[in-house]
Design a protein around this ligand. Structure first.
Ligand code: FAD
Ligand code: NAI
Length: 475
């Protein structure tokens, strides 16, 4: 007899585990099935985000930033150290500990919320009188039945055609988080979020990093002013970023990886590196899910096809996170997970796709929400823009981190904030205020009238809002 649940969630990444917890909070009987196994052979819920994504990358960014500060920036504070050394094994080991703490945290939360966890691969097997039959294949086999199923199986790194990841020479985000020795030369294909974050980590630790990007523009989806400022800062730090390239033959040998490519001028180039990170986007995980068995519809790019409420073509089968359309971000997956759990419980779950923030955790950080200036121009929308540089912010000067600015775009007539773009220190934290204002459909003047503590970086947000009305106080 199959174990029966109100909701079976397949996948325990941020989309799945949060959906499971929210559904349990709402009084539903919930099972969550996840296949991730760590190096010790133990279940490791948390998905890409916890195991090989958000969390470990931020741990390495933090450690490598400490090293960078100590080597290059502490002296200006009058602090010097002799005999600075890097113990990479400890640095990577700390990252692994952080990951493990997060895995254990999720198992604890499942227990606390009475979510039944099953370690193994879940697949949709059949429609039943009760709802849906889900098979779990793993060390132990399980037959489950759910009235509702939430698919939250996430995504995997895309390979360059003919160049499979071996995680020793050709690295996905997984191998990029555990290179055993700092490489002399590191190549990266794709100057997207992973390329820039992982490129920053290994450059700070001492590698010579070359990033090869196909598109002519650097960070094409980002506001142009912000992208230019970020590119200037990253190049100054030593990242060799080449845009408009076409990757040709890539060969691996005992010594490393040889990449042939055509540069933006059309000239043939060669790059020899110890390792090559390929970070050219991700593909949805739908293999082995039983989509064909039960007739679950996938879209033309292989994502589970859903409407804006995350409903699939099958009754009571939902899908959230990276496996469906929209940005591949942990917080987007979480919001969808919560909204679906609430819809199942008869509530009105809602995700505002217009106010999902983006953050790139380089130094300076890049963060934005809403429309870019180029998008507003393309729409023919009348807007006002205001910017404020961190150079004119007292806290940024005290921190010794004055790169970048805050830029606010507001409707020309109503003053409603349409987009906020930040490049600079702690942009990841500052963007929350912009998201809040936009969620309440607030105006630039609203930000300008709010009392911001002094001295804080957030005063740059207030000043950018004042700049929309051409009345900055500190510039
Ligand atoms: P996932 O996290 O991919 O989880 C899916 C889970 O389902 C996995 O555990 C998988 O093993 C399991 N699974 C798959 N198929 C089955 C099956 N059939 N049965 C059982 N289990 C299955 N996003 C941010 O917002 N901020 C960041 O800073 C950030 N940094 C990132 C850094 C890197 C290097 C990478 C690669 C990604 C980063 N992301 C970041 C993106 C973020 O990790 C994803 O958007 C997020 O993990 C998606 O969540 P999800 O729940 O949809 O899927
Ligand atoms: P990405 O979409 O951010 O960037 C991929 C880059 O590779 C693009 O600039 C693209 O033009 C380029 N590219 C594609 N094909 C290429 C080719 N053949 N040759 C050269 N360049 C090529 O994807 P990425 O970096 O792999 O990350 C995947 C996703 O993970 C991100 O889109 C994001 O959703 C998520 N992520 C989020 C983070 C965050 O929120 N801080 C951090 C890391 C990842």
């Amino acid at each position: 007899m199959a174990k029966q649940f109100d909701v079976i969630v397949i996948g325990a990444g941020p989309g799945g585990y949060i959906a499971a917890i929210r559904a349990a909070q709402l009084g539903l009987a919930v099972a969550c099935v996840d296949a991730w196994t760590n190096a010790a052979g133990k279940p490791a819920p948390g998905g890409t985000c916890t195991n090989v994504g958000c969390i470990p990358s931020k741990a390495l960014l933090q450690s490598s930033e400490h090293y960078e500060q100590l080597n290059h920036h502490f002296a200006e504070h009058g602090i010097t150290a002799k005999g600075v050394s890097l113990d990479l094994a400890t640095l990577i080991g700390r990252k692994d500990t952080v990951v493990k703490q997060n895995n254990e945290g999720i198992l604890y939360l499942f227990k606390k919320n009475k979510v039944s966890f099953f370690h193994g691969t879940g697949s949709l097997a059949a429609k039943t009188d009760f709802g849906w039959s889900v098979k779990v294949a793993g060390k132990t086999e399980e037959d489950l039945e759910g009235r509702h199923v939430i698919i939250a199986t996430g995504s995997s790194p895309r390979e360059l055609p003919g160049l499979p990841f071996d995680e020793e020479l050709v690295l996905s985000n997984d191998g990029a988080l555990r290179i055993p020795a700092v490489p002399k030369k590191l190549g990266i294909v794709g100057a997207g979020v992973i390329g820039l974050e992982m490129g920053s980590v290994w450059r700070r630790l001492g590698a010579e990093v070359t990033v090869l990007e196909a598109m002519p523009d650097f960070l094409g989806a980002v506001d142009r002013d912000v992208a230019k400022e970020a590119q200037k800062a990253l190049v100054k730090q030593g990242l060799d970023i080449q845009t408009g390239v076409r990757i040709g033959e890539v060969k691996t040998s005992a010594k490393g990886v040889n990449v042939q490519y055509t540069d933006a001028s059309g000239a043939e180039q060669k790059l020899a590196v110890n390792h090559l990170i390929v970070s050219i986007g991700r593909v949805p995980n739908t293999q082995g899910l039983g989509a064909d068995v039960v007739g679950l519809k996938l879209d033309e790019r292989g994502f589970v096809a859903v409407d804006e409420d995350c409903r699939s073509n099958l009754a009571n089968v939902w899908a959230v996170g990276d496996v469906v359309r929209g940005p591949m971000l942990a917080h987007k997956a979480e919001e969808e997970g919560v909204a679906v759990a609430e819809r199942i419980a008869g509530q009105h779950g809602h995700v505002n796709f217009d106010t999902i923030p983006w953050v790139i955790y380089t130094s300076p950080e890049v963060a934005w929400v809403g429309k870019t200036e180029q998008a507003l121009k393309a729409e023919g929308r009348d807007y006002k823009a205001g910017s404020f540089p961190f150079m004119a912010n007292g806290r940024a000067r005290a921190l010794g981190d004055t790169t970048g600015f805050v830029k606010i775009l507001a409707d020309a007539k109503t003053d409603e904030v349409l987009g906020v773009h930040i490049v600079g220190p702690m942009a990841s934290e500052l963007i929350a205020e912009a998201v809040t204002i936009m969620e309440f459909r607030g105006a630039a003047e609203d930000i300008a009238r709010i009392c911001h503590a002094h001295p804080t970086l957030s005063e740059a947000v207030k000043e950018a809002a004042l700049a929309v009305d051409k009345r900055t106080l500190n510039l």
